[in-house]
Design a binder for this molecule. Structure first.
Ligand code: NAP
Length: 265
């Protein structure tokens, strides 16, 4: 397989470290640089103890324009992720974005840029293949059981709510179910927020607790029965098979793909 030259943004983060280990153990992946807010000029090995000697840049634009790279993996925060994705596309480097918190507007803007540059881009709210299957199963169930609510649970360091996975699940369900507002039409919240966020009439509830990684239940209700589709990421390594698939696929695209469900049958 041809070697894929990769830049990682966010190398010291929890997901960034997992991505570095993926690169280290994958023969056809090589790390050519990293983007961080600190440690300019040091190596990844210096700051993570992972044996990779690529240099760290604090200036993302300089890194993306000067380093010979094929793919950028971004695992940072929404503001940085959006900037990095745009700069990478401008520089002809294909972004694989795991960072969550991108709006529909951000995705539309990046799609336009990816198509103008004829450069592939993948934004995946969830790289765990089990989570992608959960979303697909939920979409299938919603055709027959349109009454549905979503509960997502994450560690308490997560910055955005609801999760990108929950929003993406609701959007996939919206595409197939008859439009409806979940709950009684005269429902009144005694405490604001009691019924959760609203995505096209679907209620999305977010829990944040230490000890959790990333979990979601999609609960369908019908006459005399309920159906629960549940996915649990119990370790961040669960996301890496999807990162690998995205890195191997992104250069064959000339547009933006949102969600790995577009890539697996
Ligand atoms: P984390 O441990 O907090 O790591 C975030 C990293 O981003 C840190 O190294 C942080 O550096 C860096 N960072 C912050 N601001 C930056 C900036 N302006 N420029 C460059 N780097 C910056 O978080 P995590 O758990 O690894 O998660 C990272 C992202 O991935 C989050 O958006 C999370 O929601 C998402 N995520 C996605 C998936 C998926 O499957 N798609 C799964 C899990 C998590 P400092 O130490 O300097 O702050």
């Amino acid at each position: 397989m041809e070697q894929i030259k990769i830049i990682v943004a966010g190398p010291r983060g929890k997901m960034g470290r997992e991505a570095l280990q993926l690169i280290e153990r994958t023969a056809h992946f090589s790390l050519v640089a990293a983007i961080d807010r600190t440690h300019d000029g040091e190596t990844v090995r210096d700051v993570t103890n992972i044996p990779l000697d690529a240099m760290i840049y604090t200036d993302a634009e300089q890194c993306l324009n000067n380093v010979d790279a094929d793919v950028l993996i971004d695992l940072t925060i929404p503001e940085a992720g959006k900037r990095h994705a745009k700069m990478a596309l401008e520089a002809g480097v294909s972004p694989v974005i795991g960072t969550s918190g991108f709006s529909q507007h951000d995705i539309a803007q990046l799609t336009e840029l990816a198509e103008a540059k004829e450069t592939g881009c993948i934004i995946a709210p969830n790289f765990a293949l089990g989570a992608v299957l959960m979303m697909k199963f939920a979409k299938t169930a919603a055709k027959y059981m349109p009454d549905v609510e979503i509960i997502e649970k994450h560690h308490d360091q997560k910055l955005d709510a609801p999760s990108g996975t929950a929003v993406k699940t609701a959007e996939m369900i919206r595409d197939v179910r008859e439009q409806k507002h979940q709950g009684h039409e005269d429902e009144k919240e005694i405490l604001p927020g009691a019924r959760g966020a609203d995505v096209d009439g679907m209620k999305v509830h977010s829990m944040r607790l230490p000890g959790l990684v990333a979990h979601q239940q999609v609960i369908f209700g019908s006459n005399g029965e309920t159906l629960t589709i549940q996915h649990d990421s119990i370790h961040r390594v669960s996301f890496m098979s999807g990162v690998q698939l995205a890195v191997e696929t992104v250069q064959s695209l000339n547009t933006l793909v949102y969600g790995l469900d577009e890539l697996i049958d």
